[in-house]
Design a protein around this ligand. Structure first.
Ligand SMILES: [Zn+2]
Ligand SMILES: [Zn+2]
Length: 93
């Protein structure tokens, strides 16, 4: 069993050395990923990514999280507005 494997990055096609071939178990890159970030990347790409793409995916994961939070805030505000307007209408009647 080879402990180093040269694979092509599924994102940018750069050849790089990978120990496990799976992002969920890979320890070969110096990019530190949280469990959530690994799962996010594993759900997007089948294999392991090169160091450059790992940091790119880290950034895009954060942006996705940020956008989702903004969206949730907007939905909450919208619900709040709707409930207030219903109260306003019932009071006027
Ligand atoms: Zn890459
Ligand atoms: Zn790897």
């Amino acid at each position: 069993m080879a402990c180093h494997e040269t694979i092509n990055c599924p994102r940018c096609n750069t050849a790089f050395e990978c120990r496990v071939g799976s992002i969920l178990r890979c320890q070969c890159q110096h990019v530190k990923l949280t469990e959530e970030e690994r799962i996010f990347i594993a759900g997007t790409y089948a294999g392991c990514l090169c160091a450059g793409c790992l940091s790119d995916m880290k950034i895009s994961y954060r942006q996705t999280q940020f956008k989702q939070r903004l969206l949730q805030l907007r939905i909450l505000r919208l619900k709040d507005k709707n409930s207030k307007s219903t109260i306003w209408h019932t009071k006027n009647r």
